[in-house]
Structures are given as C-alpha cells and as structure tokens.
Design a protein around this ligand. Structure first.
Ligand SMILES: CC(C)(COP(=O)(O)OP(=O)(O)OC[C@H]1O[C@@H](n2cnc3c(N)ncnc32)[C@H](O)[C@@H]1OP(=O)(O)O)[C@@H](O)C(=O)NCCC(=O)NCCS
Length: 146
C-alpha cells in the first residue's frame, strides 16, 4: 500500500519537488500539508493499493481490494475495487452495521475479544447472543468483557 498525501504543483513553473522540498535550495522550508488521511479501525487494505491525495477518509471496517486506486472518501464497511476504486458492495446491511457500531468492539483489549471473536463467528451470530454495548445489560459476561 502507498499513500500519496500531496500532488506535485500542477500550475507552477515545474512539478519538480524543488518547489516544496527545502533540500533543493529553492524554498526556505519544506512545505507540508494540514489535512491528514484518516483511516478508522479494522480497515483491510490489500496488496498494491494506492491512496491518492483526494482520499482523506477510510471508514471503519472498509475493505480495499488488491490493486485499488482510492480517489475519494470510503464509507464504513464498503468493499472497494478497481481504478478508480468503486464500491462493489457493503459488507453489512445498514441495520447490522449500526448494531456492530453500537458494540464499540474496537475499543476492547484483545483478551476481552478472545472469548467471542473467531473466524467462524459472523456478526449476526455474535449479536444474537450478546448485548449490544460492552458493559450494558444484565447478561453481560464478566469473562468476555461484553
Ligand atoms: C476485494 C476482495 C476482498 C473482494 O472479494 P469478493 O467480495 O469475494 O469479490 P468477488 O470475487 O465476488 O468479485 C466481485 C467483482 O469485483 C471484481 N473484483 C474483485 N476484486 C477485485 C480487485 N481487487 N480489483 C478489481 N476488481 C475486483 C471481480 O472481478 C468481480 O467483478 P464482476 O462482478 O464484474 O465479475 C478481493 O477480490 C480482493 O481484492 N482481495 C485481496 C486479496 C489480497 O490481496 N490478499 C493478500 C492479503 S492482504
């Protein structure tokens, strides 16, 4: 994966880095950028993905397919592929995504996830047997932390 946070200056005399890197002796200081790329929790970025400057946000649980070129905001739980990347589907329907978000599971320590997190358990089966928020509900399991 490569993140390209800025473009070279397209309208200037030259696109050479001399116009934004001090080491070439043209500008007095390195020119930096203010707007960070935000990548939320549990994003899977597969091999050879390129994130262009126009993409500043990748939402929680998104999947970026191999070789994708990201050009814009990626919604939570979206599966993105291609150049330019396009959404081929959502991982979950909106109701299930909201229920997952309500658990705030990504804030748990790994040991607290270990009892209920496995590759075979789907979110539908997990949520069918758990309260929707860590720490909420009388049936909370002290062992699992949920
Ligand atoms: C993104 C990904 C997870 C999607 O898997 P999936 O949901 O099973 O998708 P499908 O195989 O059903 O493909 C759906 C469509 O998207 C296309 N597609 C899937 N992945 C693609 C990719 N990376 N780039 C371009 N197109 C892709 C398929 O050709 C198919 O198109 P069609 O509907 O026109 O036939 C998977 O294709 C991928 O890219 N995995 C990355 C694997 C990898 O890099 N592993 C290393 C470990 S990090």
């Amino acid at each position: 994966m490569r993140s390209a946070p800025i473009n070279h200056p397209l309208e200037a005399l030259t696109t050479h880095p001399a116009l934004y890197e001090k080491k070439f002796g043209v500008v007095d200081a390195d020119i930096t950028w203010d707007e960070p790329l935000i990548v939320e929790d549990d994003v899977w970025v597969a091999h050879n993905v390129v994130i262009l400057p126009s993409c500043k946000f990748i939402g929680r649980g998104a999947v970026i397919g191999a070789g994708a070129i990201l050009t814009k905001t990626v919604e939570r739980y979206a599966v993105m592929v291609g150049n330019p990347a396009r959404k081929i589907r959502d991982r979950f329907d909106p109701e299930l995504a909201a229920a997952i978000d309500a658990t705030r599971w990504w804030e748990l320590d790994t040991p607290n996830c270990a009892g209920w997190c496995s590759a075979k358990a789907t979110w539908s089966t997990i949520l069918a047997s758990r309260p929707s928020r860590p720490g909420a509900g009388a049936s909370r399991s002290a062992a699992s932390g949920l």
